[in-house]
Design a binder for this molecule. Structure first.
Ligand code: FAD
Length: 391
């Protein structure tokens, strides 16, 4: 029996589903050693980053819970890959370097947050730590508001602004409006004095979808008390003063940036073919072009349906579907058989809109389906759990 060493770099959604897929498709027939490399001792439920920003929710899952057995975890960052030697160079938390040999390697190092100009103030919703910081800040603001005597200062302390209206901004503003009102009430503040602004640079919400979807999202947000400002950009945030390109000024005790993702820039040092926007170049079966035995999926890779030329987006759903296919591709490659090729999945998006409400949009040919309310939230919750392999 051959023994293969398969190294998965990155334990986000793409990485953990790749491991499951390898175990299912290859592990039963071939003796395989699976190694996961990640800087953290846990998987981060990245799509739920807004949760610790509005309440005490832990979004980190220790590796042992996801992979009780059969997977070795190396905690560290990959700094380069030697394609000739088939080795991966890892730097651990103590800054010690080590080498790991692979037969198959999967690059799944995901994405990073778009950098906010350092001259801007505010906090970026970019890590569980930042999310906890956001939670502390608005809670502290409300405590101060309950004692404030100056009306203008009180209004500012009871105001939060979310800058960037993608899924993350939409979900964060909804959850903030809901939770800030609940906490305000418990502090004998008037919940109707809570103001949450969502700053959107386009003319509708979620322009990747039909106009009706944007309208539905906005209508729910407005019901929750979120004020959506379209066609608006933030020029600067300074000491709770937000200057907008429209000339308007908002006094806001909390400013949260949610302005989107870019492919992980670390891969640019790995001597791997990249697209001009920094994504790993792969063929129709996720093999990294110009390498032997290396694959790449998820947010860090450029993945295109060869039949339509449509590129996958940087979403959790796309990453997990690619991962499920990747196990079959690797099995076919090991047995020198024809491998499956990439196919664009059905377009669906799920939005959590507060504690128990959600909206799911399914885009079928010539038909858009919307599921809202508790059903929408329930589907959203199930997809969150499946994505992080939590039963
Ligand atoms: C706030 C927010 C909300 C979102 N909401 C949604 C949503 O509702 N629906 C949706 O479909 N998508 C959503 N997304 C997008 C989704 O999170 C990403 O598409 C998804 O995380 C991609 O998975 P991935 O495994 O490719 O990358 P990631 O989840 O980014 O995982 C990358 C992993 O690689 C590790 N890593 C990084 N560098 C190295 C290195 N050098 N060596 C080793 N390991 C490394 C990281 O620690 C991490 O574990 C959201 C994103 C954010 C930020």
């Amino acid at each position: 029996m051959n023994k293969y060493t398969c190294v998965v770099i990155g334990g986000g959604y793409a990485g953990i589903h790749t491991i499951k897929s390898i175990q299912k498709n290859i592990g039963r027939k071939i003796s395989i050693r699976i190694i996961l490399i990640d800087p953290n001792p846990y998987h981060v439920k990245k799509v739920l980053l807004f949760k610790p920003a509005v309440g005490k929710e832990d979004i980190k899952i220790p590796w042992k819970r996801i992979f009780p057995s059969g997977v070795e975890v190396v905690q560290g960052v990959v700094t380069s890959i030697n394609k000739e030697e088939k080795t991966i160079i890892i730097l651990n938390n103590r800054k010690e370097e080590s080498k790991l040999k692979y037969d198959k390697a999967v690059i799944a190092i995901g994405s990073s947050f778009q950098q906010v100009n350092s001259a801007h103030g505010g906090i970026s919703l970019s890590s569980p730590e930042n999310a906890e910081h956001i939670y502390k800040q608005w809670n502290e603001n409300l405590k101060l508001a309950s004692k404030a005597t100056c009306l203008e200062e009180k209004k500012k302390l009871m105001t939060a602004t979310v800058i960037g209206a993608g899924i993350s901004g939409i979900e964060t503003s909804a959850a903030l409006a809901e939770q800030m009102k609940t906490v305000a009430k418990s502090m004998d503040l008037d919940p109707t004095d809570i103001q949450v602004f969502l700053i959107n640079s386009s003319n509708n919400l979620f322009t990747k979808g039909p106009g009706k979807l944007g309208k539905k999202l906005e209508s729910r947000l407005v019901k929750m008390g979120v004020k959506v400002l379209h066609h608006t950009r933030v020029e600067r945030v300074n000491d709770g003063i937000i200057d907008l390109n429209t000339g308007r000024r908002i006094l806001s005790g909390l400013s949260v940036w949610t302005i989107g993702l870019v492919p992980n820039p670390k891969v640019s040092n790995w001597d791997i073919s990249l697209t001009t926007d920094g994504r790993v170049f792969v063929d129709d079966s996720y093999r990294v072009v110009g390498t032997e035995g290396i694959y790449s999926i998820g947010d860090c890779a450029r993945i295109v349906d060869p039949r339509t030329g449509i590129e996958d987006r940087m979403t959790c759903k796309e990453a997990t579907i690619q991962a499920r296919r990747l196990g079959k591709i690797m099995r076919a490659d090991i047995h020198h058989k024809r491998a499956p090729i990439h196919k664009t999945p059905l377009t669906t998006y799920c939005f959590g809109l507060g504690e128990k409400q959600g909206l799911v949009w399914v885009n079928l040919p010539n038909l858009n389906i919307y599921l809202s309310g508790k059903l929408g939230y329930w589907i959203r919750k199930i997809t969150w759990d499946i994505a992080s392999l939590v039963k």
